[in-house]
Design a protein around this ligand. Structure first.
Ligand code: ZN
Length: 128
């Protein structure tokens, strides 16, 4: 998770902030287990996803729950990056300087095709 975050947007985890968070949650809110000296601090809404760095957005988690949550966040971040055009086929093409994805060729049956010619159908009439 840390690699997604600009260092400037993250505040230091001071003792005062840790105490404030732990006073609110004495056990892991995910599994309900008490922390046995192993507490990890997690952003409920990740900083990458637009969450704040205030104590209201930080929850203590035990290491195993934090690992699971981080894995979920990574999936979400991947999708966010894709939608921003930072990853995926389009982004890779642009990186290589190939420009936009070519459009499919015009069908010869289409009126937009350069070799299209209008065919006159034989007209039938009853009188000659
Ligand atoms: Zn837990």
């Amino acid at each position: 998770m840390t690699r997604d975050v600009l260092p400037a947007s993250r505040k230091a985890m001071t003792l005062a902030r840790k105490v404030e968070i732990l006073e609110r949650d004495a056990c892991c809110p995910e599994c309900g287990e008490p922390f046995n000296g192993k507490v990890e601090y997690d952003h409920v809404v990740s900083l990458f996803g637009g969450g704040s760095d205030e104590v209201e957005n930080i929850t203590p988690l035990c290491p195993s729950c934090h690992k699971a949550k981080t894995k979920e966040d990574a999936k979400r971040h991947k999708k966010i990056r894709h939608n921003r055009g930072e990853t995926g086929q389009r982004a890779r093409r642009e990186k290589r300087g190939k420009g936009s994805i070519p459009q499919p060729a015009v069908s010869p049956l289409s009126k937009d095709h350069p070799h299209y010619r209008k065919q006159e159908w034989p007209k039938r009439s009853f009188r000659k």
